[in-house]
Design a protein around this ligand. Structure first.
Ligand code: GDP
Ligand code: IMO
Ligand code: MG
Length: 424
C-alpha cells in the first residue's frame, strides 16, 4: 500500500493541512516527523475550521492512527491545550501516539527563543517564538529532555535540576533575564507527564508494523523546503529538516517504505518571518493577494509577505524532495489580476542567468527575478471540480508551471474547504 509524504515546497503555509486532510481520508496512519507547534495547519470541513499545530491532521478521521515521531519537538502545555480543544469539539484523540524519543520544549526554550531574537536586534530571524530552535539546540548538544523523561517523574526531576541550572545561568547572566523556579517547573511538567503517559508508544515500531500489514501511511510535512536547515535560506530557516528525506530519520523508518512524495505549493508565494524573498510584492497587488487570500499566519497571526510564483524555488524543491507530483493551492486567490507573473530564472549581478536556486544568501543577494507574464482571469473558479471546467487562462497558467518546475500538477486548490479541490 502507498506511503505518501506531503511536503511544503515554498516557505510554509502552502495549504499542506488541506491536502493532508484530503489524502488522510484514504490513509490508515498519519505521521508527523519534524517541527513542533511552530506549524499551523488549517483544515476546513463544511465551514468548520480546525487549526492544528502538533497533532497530525488525520485526527479528524476517527479510525486513523495518528503518530508523532521522534524528530518532533513537543511543547506539552500547548499539546494538552490542543487535545482539550479537539475533545471539546467531539474529536476523539484515542488513536494518537507520541514517540518517547521526541524532545520536550521546556519553558526556558521559549524564553531563550525570545531573548536570542531580541539580542539579534534588526538581524532577528522572525521566529514563531515557540522555543523550537533552542529545543533542537539542546537535542544536538545532548542535554535535552525527552518525552520518556517527562512521563517518568524521578528522571524528570533530576533532569530539570541539572539542565535547568545551566539554562538559568545563561538566561540571567548572558541575557539579564529572569531565572525559572526549578521546583515549580518540575511540579508543572510532572502533571503534564501524567496526562501524556497514555499516549506514549514507539512510533518507529508502530509505523513499521503498519507498513508490514499493508496499511496506507501518510507522512505529514510541517514547515517547508525553503525553511530547511540545510537547503533553505539559511539562517532564515527553521531548525529541522522539513524535506522528504527528513521523514525517515524523524520517524525511524527506512527510505524504501516511501512510495510517493507530493509537494504542495501556492499559485503564488508567501513568507512569514524575515529573510530573502526575490518575487516579493510590496505594492497594491501584494496587498490584494494578502487580503483576498487571507494571508495572516495560522500560528502567530502575523501578516504574510506575498509575491509571485517563483519557479526557481519550486524547481529546487522538486529536486531536493524527489517530488512525484505537485498540488497547487489557492489558484482562486489570483482572480481579477490583469496579469500574472511567474519568475522563471534569476539574473545574477554579473548579467548571467541561472535556473537553480543559489546555495547561499550571499549568492542570492543581487539576483533579480526574470519574469514571464500571463493574462489573468476574472471568473469565480471556487466551484470548479474538474480541470476542464477551469477558464482557459487558468489551464495555461498551471500547464506552464508544470513545464517550468518539471513536475506533474496532480491537484489544484480552488478554495479552503476539503471539497474545493480538482484532482487530475
Ligand atoms: P499549511 O501550514 O501549509 O497547512 O497552510 P496554512 O493552513 O497555514 O495556510 C493555508 C491557508 O490557505 C489556510 O487558511 C487554508 O484554509 C487556506 N487554503 C488552503 N487551500 C486553499 C485554496 O485552494 N484556496 C483558498 N482560497 N484557500 C486555501
Ligand atoms: P507550517 O507547517 C510558515 C518560519 C518562522 C520563521 C522561521 C523560523 O504552518 O507551514 P521557528 O519558530 O521555526 O524557529 O521560526 O520559520 N516558520 C514557518 N513559516 N509556516 C510554518 O509552518 C512555519 N514554521 C516556522 O516564521 O521565519
Ligand atoms: Mg501553516
Amino acid at each position: 500500500m502507498p506511503s505518501n509524504i506531503v511536503v511544503g515546497t515554498q516557505w510554509g503555509d502552502e495549504g499542506k493541512g488541506k491536502i493532508i486532510d484530503i489524502i488522510s481520508s484514504r490513509a490508515d496512519v498519519v505521521v508527523r516527523s519534524q517541527g513542533g507547534n511552530n506549524a499551523g495547519h488549517t483544515v476546513v470541513n463544511n465551514g468548520e475550521v480546525y487549526k492544528l499545530h502538533l497533532i497530525p491532521s488525520g485526527i479528524l478521521y476517527k479510525d486513523t492512527l495518528c503518530l508523532i515521531g521522534a524528530g518532533v519537538v513537543l511543547d506539552p502545555k500547548d499539546f494538552i491545550g490542543e487535545l482539550d480543544s479537539l475533545e471539546a469539539r467531539g474529536v476523539s484523540t484515542k488513536n494518537l501516539k507520541i514517540d518517547p524519543r521526541a524532545h520536550v520544549v521546556m519553558p526556558w526554550h521559549i524564553a531563550l527563543d525570545g531573548l536570542s531574537e531580541a539580542f539579534r536586534g534588526g538581524k532577528d530571524i522572525g521566529t514563531t517564538k515557540r522555543g523550537i530552535g533552542p529545543t533542537y539546540m539542546d537535542k544536538y548538544e545532548r542535554c535535552g529532555i525527552r518525552v520518556y523523561d517527562l512521563v517518568h517523574p524521578d528522571v524528570l526531576a533530576e533532569k530539570v535540576q541539572s539542565t535547568g541550572k545551566l539554562k538559568n545561568k545563561i538566561i540571567t547572566e548572558v541575557y539579564g533575564g529572569e531565572a525559572f523556579d526549578l521546583d515549580a517547573v518540575t511540579a508543572e511538567y510532572t502533571e503534564y507527564g501524567k496526562r501524556l503517559l497514555p499516549y506514549v508508544d514507539d512510533v518507529s515500531v508502530l509505523t513499521f508494523d503498519a507498513y508490514k500489514a499493508g496499511k496506507t501511511i501518510m507522512f505529514e510535512g510541517a514547515q517547508a523546503t525553503l525553511l530547511d536547515i540545510d537547503f533553505g535560506t539559511y539562517p532564515y530557516v527553521t531548525s529541522s529538516h522539513p524535506l522528504s528525506a527528513g521523514v525517515c530519520v524523524g520517524t525511524g523508518v527506512g527510505p524504501k517504505v516511501i512510495t510517493n512524495v507530493i509537494g504542495v505549493a501556492k499559485a503564488y508565494t508567501t513568507r512569514v518571518g524575515k529573510g530573502p524573498f526575490p518575487t516579493e510584492l510590496n505594492d497594491e497587488i501584494g496587498n490584494q493577494i494578502r487580503e483576498v487570500g487571507g494571508e495572516f499566519g495560522t500560528t502567530t497571526g502575523r501578516p504574510r509577505r506575498t509575491g509571485w510564483f517563483d519557479a526557481v524555488i519550486v524547481r529546487h524543491s522538486v529536486r531536493v524532495n524527489g517530488l512525484d507530483s505537485l498540488a497547487i493551492n489557492k489558484l482562486d486567490t489570483l482572480a481579477n489580476l490583469d496579469t500574472l507573473k511567474v519568475c522563471v530564472a534569476y539574473k545574477k549581478p554579473d548579467g548571467s542567468v541561472t535556473e537553480n536556486f543559489p546555495a547561499t544568501l550571499e549568492e542570492l543577494e543581487g539576483c533579480t527575478p526574470v519574469y514571464e507574464e500571463f493574462p489573468g482571469f476574472t471568473e469565480d473558479i471556487s466551484a470548479c471540480r474538474s480541470f476542464d471546467e477551469l477558464p482557459e487562462n487558468c489551464k495555461k497558467y498551471i500547464a506552464r508551471l508544470e513545464e517550468l518546475v518539471g513536475c506533474h500538477v496532480s491537484m489544484v486548490g480552488v478554495g479552503p474547504d476539503r471539497a474545493q479541490i480538482i484532482e487530475r
